[in-house]
Design a binder for this molecule. Structure first.
Ligand code: MN
Length: 275
């Protein structure tokens, strides 16, 4: 599965609380082989999975077993710890194309118990001749039912003509192009690239060069610096060390579940002399 990491970038570690974006595919999958990401842990973040095409199966240590199809959201809040897998569906053959995003959790929720939500229906809104699907937060007066722990927005845009979007001046934003190409207030953003817009803008004009699909992410600048190591979002190395040890020792912090895929081992943090 070809994956392009749009976030973090050296210049932009976070955009609001958005701290990670992997643009997955498009690639051919089969009923038996898809994302094929075996059980692995998370802490301190929410995962947001959104597909443009295809189907995938989410399993986690909360007992969730959830098929996702295009236009839906799987939202997993790790809090203090959860584990999950991303699997083939057992029935879907075809293209898989989507994005997986991480949202850093604030101090208020990052030590809380884990949770999982599936949203089969998301609000959609026509803006001029474009269409926005609101994954998380509020956009153009339309609100997603998905949980959010900080002020942010995530919206998928399907753009065919020039469109003016209303923004919040207290949010910073990123645009990730999934298909096509556009200019964002005169700056070109191609597929696989990320366009960044700092706080202080209350609108933006997008010009697509062809029918274009993009993800708009935004939010209030995050409350603190974060440290990302492997699948953990934390504030310092000691927190990462504790999460690493907990996964390595299977001490129960990340729960357990049955998957046909193999459990993924954590790489040793580079600051440790030995495992
Ligand atoms: Mn994961």
């Amino acid at each position: 599965m070809p994956v392009r990491r749009a976030l973090p970038r050296r210049a932009h570690r976070t955009v609001g609380a958005w701290c990670f974006a992997d643009h997955m595919g498009p690639a051919a999958v089969t009923a038996q082989h898809g994302l094929d990401i075996g059980p692995h842990p998370h802490t301190g973040l929410q995962t947001v999975t959104y597909l443009v095409s295809g189907e995938a199966l989410h399993r986690d240590s909360l007992g969730s077993e959830q098929l996702i199809t295009p236009g839906q959201v799987n939202l997993m809040s790790a809090g203090r710890g959860v584990s999950h897998s991303e699997e083939a569906t057992g029935h879907y053959d075809g293209d898989l194309h989507g994005i997986q995003l991480w949202i850093a959790q604030p101090d208020a929720t990052r030590h809380a118990p884990p949770a999982f939500e599936h949203h089969a229906e998301l609000p959609r809104i026509a803006i001029d001749q474009s269409l926005a699907t609101v994954l998380v937060g509020e956009f153009h007066g339309v609100r997603s039912p998905a949980r959010h722990d900080t002020a942010l927005v995530g919206a998928e845009l399907s753009i065919r003509h020039r469109v003016d979007l209303q923004l919040r001046a207290d949010f910073e934003y990123a645009i990730i192009v999934l298909e096509g190409a556009l200019s964002c207030d005169g700056v070109d953003v191609a597929s696989g690239q990320l366009g960044y817009l700092s706080i202080g803008n209350d609108e933006i004009t997008l010009h697509p060069y062809e029918p274009t699909r993009a993800m708009l992410l935004g939010g209030e600048p995050f409350e603190s610096d974060i440290l990302i190591w492997w699948n953990f979002v934390a504030r310092n190395r000691e927190e990462i060390d504790r999460a690493y040890d907990a996964w390595r020792n299977s001490d129960g912090r990340f729960g357990d579940f049955t998957s046909p895929l193999e459990r993924i081992s954590a790489p040793t943090p580079y600051w440790r002399d030995s495992p």
